[in-house]
Ligand binder design. Sequence first.
Ligand code: NAD
Length: 416
Amino acid sequence: MSSIFDTIHHRLNQAVEHLDIPEDIFNSLNYPEKTLAVNLIIRRDDRSFANFKAWRCQYDSSRGPTKGGIRFHRSVCMDEVMHLAFLMTIKCAVTGLPFGGAKGGVSVNVKELSEHELERLARAYIKAFASMIGPDQDIPAPDMYTGGAVLAWMADEFDRIHGKKYRAALTGKPLSMNGSQGRTEATGLGGYYVLKKMIESGLCEDKTLKIGFQGFGNVASFCARYLAEDGHHIVAVSDSSACLYNSDGLDVEDLIRFKDERKRFSDYEKDKVDILDPDDVLTADCDILAPAALADQIHGDNADQIKASVILELANTPVTEEAETILQDKGVVVIPDVLANSGGVIVSYFEWVQNRAGDYWEKEHVFERLRQKIEKATADVVNCKEEYKVESLRTAAYILALKQIAEVIMAKNVDN
Ligand code: NAD
């Protein structure tokens, strides 16, 4: 079985062979700069103790302070944290943000914690990693099962430790604690802008599109809403219980209302809507498939059954390397995660900028700045694909990122 470092090495290698980068620099990017692993101990409500493994990885800080979310999930492990920190490094460089990449995580099933226990865990995480965090050092954000409430406890704990108000030390904070307008919509809206720009660039056909979404949480639902407003047909959506399909298009606003009531798609009963197995969304008859749930969903065993001609990677790493080769042979265009889901980190960057300036923007302004930034990144990736004559948009994105990272490393180490 290949390790995450094989994957990282493979991805970097595909890009670096088109660049004139010293081998030492390439080698240095194959492994993180710093990873800290700790054991967090908290009191349960019944006064017993519980402990959890936790990590923070700062993958590369050449381009600026590192940035990346903190994930609370049972399956989190050090390899996953390092891999996601690597992706953040590439994502920040592709989008031109002045950040390096980081990630954090705790191996915990949050459903087994009371609210008070969750708060103790959030505060314990910040105590353990406080010396690594700061507005000019490493800026955490939310990820799976760490929403605004967890970030509020974390930001408060960071301020308590330092005895002063650090508004820009964490992003993804609630609006009441100096968060940014538009963060909730950011990743889905960013994916929509990327797809529109790809259509404009001729990489996707300009027509009324049939689109399928795997997952229908925060990211997919906003992206689906904006695409439906443009007249495209959302023909398939899924959650872990079922896939809903209607070849004429589903009613997106009704789906959003249904999900807001915390219901499962297997219980969605409407005329002309077929209820299928969850995985059927991947092979549904559509032009665009947007995986927006989990990693490794399109793999060697199902890639040749994909009917879509474009895959918009809203989740992180939903397409395995093996699948990507099969898809490429079939002529399927994969819009890579490091671009497609970068809207979230872009608006996190806007939050950091607003916190530092003490000047807070209207939502329309956030959306407009997001559109400008992500459209530029999309155009840069498309131009890079043409300039270097590479097959895949992922390789183009990695070339773009690596060029910038290597340039900074070389500029800083001229005489060494
Ligand atoms: P979410 O928790 O709001 O939604 C996830 C959705 O996936 C839910 O609808 C859930 O039912 C569904 N799901 C889970 N297992 C499934 C399965 N086996 N089959 C089909 N659906 C399944 O999460 P989100 O914030 O929308 O994030 C979605 C993905 O995008 C994640 O991979 C996340 O890491 C990635 N991402 C999110 C952001 C962000 O800003 N939220 C930014 C970058 C990347």
